[in-house]
Design a protein around this ligand. Sequence first.
Ligand code: Y43
Ligand code: MG
Length: 188
Amino acid sequence: MSSTIPTTINFITGNKNKLAETRAILGDVVQLSNQNIEILEVQGSLEEIARDKCQKAAIEANGPVLTEDSALEFRALKGLPGPYIKWFYSALGNDGLYKLLAAYDDKAATAVCTFAFSAGPGVEPRLFQGYTEGKIVQKRGQGGFGFDPIFEVDGQTYAEMSPTYKNTVSERFKALEKLQNWLRNTTV
Ligand SMILES: O=c1nc[nH]c2c1ncn2[C@H]1C[C@H](O)[C@@H](COP(=O)(O)OP(=O)(O)OP(=O)(O)O)O1
Ligand SMILES: [Mg+2]
């Protein structure tokens, strides 16, 4: 039986760290090619944003595509910045993100990773999501990227973990486990 799932998947992202981490997690099992297509992201729930981005990417690439959206939800802020973390991070940096919670005792945060796969233009994307619970702390550690220095899981920030260890607890790892399970059960 033939299907539309390719053995090499075209991952549409302009974020080199995201690409490297995703490749490290997938290892040799799933090969990723990469295209950087600038896609204007809509507003909405993170699922709506993820679906829209993947649909647009499939049209632009004119074929099967994988996209990913990262979100960081502060419980005290009712889930914000959520999918808008990129803009908050670039405007405020990690010190500013930490200070956002100064008025609240509750420092809990959830990192959410949403991969979306579409088999081609007009084909409804399928979502694979991973969640990791942590808390927002003053920045610590030298590794990682983005908000890694302020996101603490079980006493260590992502920036203090070895990349290998981060890739066993992260929301990206959990989302990719679901993607891999789906690929295994889908005839290529
Ligand atoms: O594991 C992570 N650890 C720390 N920070 C992270 C991680 N993963 C994403 N991030 C940051 C990067 C960016 O500030 C925002 C996501 O924004 P997001 O729109 O999903 O990604 P992007 O625009 O950089 O790349 P893309 O071309 O795939 O849309 O969260
Ligand atoms: Mg983006």
